[in-house]
Each structure stands twice: as C-alpha cells, then as structure tokens.
Design a protein around this ligand. Structure first.
Ligand code: TYD
Length: 138
C-alpha cells in the first residue's frame, strides 16, 4: 500500500437542536469489516503512540474528542494529518508506518481495525519496515 491510499473521509453527521450524532456501520462508511475497536486516552503531554506498521491490518482512526497528529509513512513519502473532528476519520492502509503524537488534553482516539489483535502483525522497527517494503525481508 502507499500513501495515496490513505485518506480523510467524512462520516454522516446528524445535527439538530439537541446536538450532533455520527455513526459507522460494518462495511458501510468504512472500507472493511470491523474485527476490533480500541481507544487511546489519558495520554500524558508530550507522549507519542504507535511507531509501527501492520502487515495486513487496515485501520480507521477518529478523534472522538480533542486533537492529535497522525504521521504516516509508506517508505517513500510521509505526511502528517491533524485529526480534530469526531465526524471525520483517517483511513490507514496496511503496511503504512504510523506514529501518533501531539495529543491535546482529554483527547480520545478511537481506532477501528480490520483484524483482531495479533502481535505478529506488528512491524515496530522502521528500518525493518523499509527492508520489507523494498522486498529485502519478509
Ligand atoms: P500498542 O499497539 O503497541 O500501542 P500503541 O501503538 O498505541 O503505542 O499496544 C500497547 C499494548 O497493548 C501492547 O502490549 C499490546 C496491547 N494491545 C492489546 O492487547 N490489544 C489491542 O487491541 C491493542 C491495540 C494493544
């Protein structure tokens, strides 16, 4: 996968005088079947999360509250996305190295994943990620 496949997508937003409501459904709104949902919260100031890629897991990341930056790298290009709207998500395709930082106070990152947790899915070392991307390692 390359960075061109990463994208910010708007979710439905139902607005009325009582406030806003957004949603996503299995295989609707997002480009895969949901296998897992996790969330990242109470991140101390200055901390970063992530710093890894996944072999086969696609993910959708939403800033349900507050804001943070998601750095994506496909081995050739890198780009940073600031997420700060609860009705938008960032699609992160498999084999994209990512880091999340610059968390605001009380921010809440919701992550929807296409696979259940499997430690063997992780590529944590960036140089190894590059070797795999370049076909020099598996
Ligand atoms: P990790 O994915 O390394 O965190 P981050 O990428 O945000 O820095 O996960 C941290 C720990 O939590 C690690 O021990 C694995 C565990 N974990 C699960 O057990 N299930 C999960 O779904 C996730 C995402 C992590």
């Amino acid at each position: 996968m390359n960075l061109r496949d990463a994208s910010i997508i708007e979710l439905p937003k139902i607005q009325d005088h009582r406030g806003n409501l957004s949603f996503l459904e299995n295989s609707n709104q997002i480009p895969f079947e949901i296998a897992r949902v996790y969330w990242i919260y109470d991140v101390p100031g200055g901390e970063s999360r992530g710093s890894h890629a996944f072999y086969q897991t696609d993910e959708v990341i939403i800033a349900l509250s507050g804001s943070f930056d998601v750095w994506l790298d496909d081995g050739k290009e890198n780009r940073v996305y600031t997420l700060n709207r609860s009705y938008k998500y960032l699609f992160v395709p498999r084999m994209t190295y990512r880091k999340i930082d610059n968390f605001s106070t009380n921010s809440l990152a919701l992550v929807v994943a296409s696979k259940v947790f499997d430690p063997k899915e992780y590529i944590r070392d960036y140089d190894r990620f590059l070797r795999i991307k370049n076909g020099k390692e598996q």
